[in-house]
Ligand binder design. Structure first.
Ligand code: ZN
Length: 92
């Protein structure tokens, strides 16, 4: 997954990239490992029972100053990115 994609979506949609808690200029997209994505879990069972729990994939933004976490629905963002391919004039 192109990690710059969710940030391109947020900028294109005019969503305020500042931290909603402390006003820090820009929140950073949290990295994932390999093919995994962040997700909001529908349930929170004991750790050993969490495999294959229903969840909602999200893009996670974190403030580098106060560590507030903000989430946006990843599947909708990925669909928007598919329908709005990056032009040569876009910047990250
Ligand atoms: Zn903050």
């Amino acid at each position: 997954m192109d990690l710059c994609g969710p940030l391109r979506y947020i900028i294109a949609k005019g969503i305020d990239p500042k931290c909603t808690t402390c006003g820090h200029e820009r929140m950073a997209l949290s990295d994932t490992v390999g093919d995994t994505v962040w997700a909001v879990s529908a349930r929170h069972p004991p750790f050993e029972q969490r495999k294959n729990e229903p969840s909602i994939p999200v893009a996670v933004l974190m403030c580098g100053k106060c560590f507030t976490i903000r989430q946006h629905g990843l599947l909708a963002i990925l669909e928007w990115l598919l329908n709005n391919p990056e032009s040569g004039n876009d910047s990250h």
